[in-house]
Design a protein around this ligand. Structure first.
Ligand SMILES: [Zn+2]
Ligand SMILES: [Zn+2]
Length: 241
């Protein structure tokens, strides 16, 4: 499996695109989160929205779903397609009612399923979304009373949604055989609704060795060389795991 970040920036970063990821299997491309900057980042990569087979969503914030209106319109009217949309069951109604409905409602289109082939996925249940691509959605803490899902992918790769520091979860993941952790990282404390670099640096070395940092702000260049064994994920670079 390969991963290529459309962006690695925090919600308000200006020199990095939103933290959204393209996953490549032998035959398919899946986009995990489609933030405001996703269409522009795809354009910069010389990729078409039509290259994407499926979309998976972590939570309802603009840096993770703000590009879905353009994605939906262009899939429908430019390419005549209804792409797969995987959404944790508890987010499905809110995704439409509290976010997409205003822009996407038109005469003949009045629901999420008018634009997408919607597949509801269940938290804590491992589900094969595409051949060779299985996810286990895990509800993780971000904003109080706001549901947010991180993903364990193919049992070995963890992709954090925006996530409050949760060292026990990281230990459990590694005990279960997880090899790689892509983790959101707020460089400067306080974290409040994110995990800070300082917090990650308190983890045992065997956990830190598996961590790659994403969702960082524009000051990232100042921190290069100061993250110990943890590495920064670079946007647009393709990695194999
Ligand atoms: Zn975010
Ligand atoms: Zn968020």
């Amino acid at each position: 499996m390969d991963i290529q970040m459309l962006g690695t920036g925090s919600a308000f970063a200006k020199t990095y695109y939103n933290t959204n990821a393209l996953f490549y299997t032998d035959q398919h491309t899946l986009l995990l989160d489609c933030g405001l900057t996703a269409p522009r980042s795809l354009y910069k990569l010389d990729k078409s929205i039509d290259d994407i087979d499926a979309l998976l969503i972590s939570h309802i914030h603009a840096d993770h779903i703000g590009g879905m209106e353009e994605f939906a319109f262009r899939m429908k009217y430019t390419f005549g397609r209804k792409p797969l949309l995987f959404v944790p069951e508890p987010l499905v109604d809110a995704l439409w009612e509290t976010s997409l409905k205003g822009g996407l409602t038109q005469d003949e289109s009045a629901s999420l399923s008018d634009y997408f082939d919607v597949r509801r996925i269940q938290p804590n249940v491992k589900t094969e979304l595409l051949p060779w691509f299985a996810v286990e959605p895990m509800q993780t803490a971000h904003i109080p009373n706001k549901k947010s899902y991180s993903y364990l992918i193919n049992d070995t790769f963890f992709y954090s949604a925006d996530l409050i520091f949760h060292p026990e979860l990281l230990r459990q993941l590694i005990d279960r055989g997880c090899q790689t952790i892509f983790h959101d990282c707020q460089l400067k404390p306080p974290g409040v609704v994110h995990t800070t670099l300082e917090e990650l640096q308190t983890l045992p070395l065997d956990i830190q060795e598996r961590i790659w940092l994403m969702h960082y702000d524009d000051t990232k260049p100042q921190y290069e060389g100061h993250t110990g064994v943890m590495r920064f994920v670079e946007q647009h670079k393709r990695y194999s795991f």
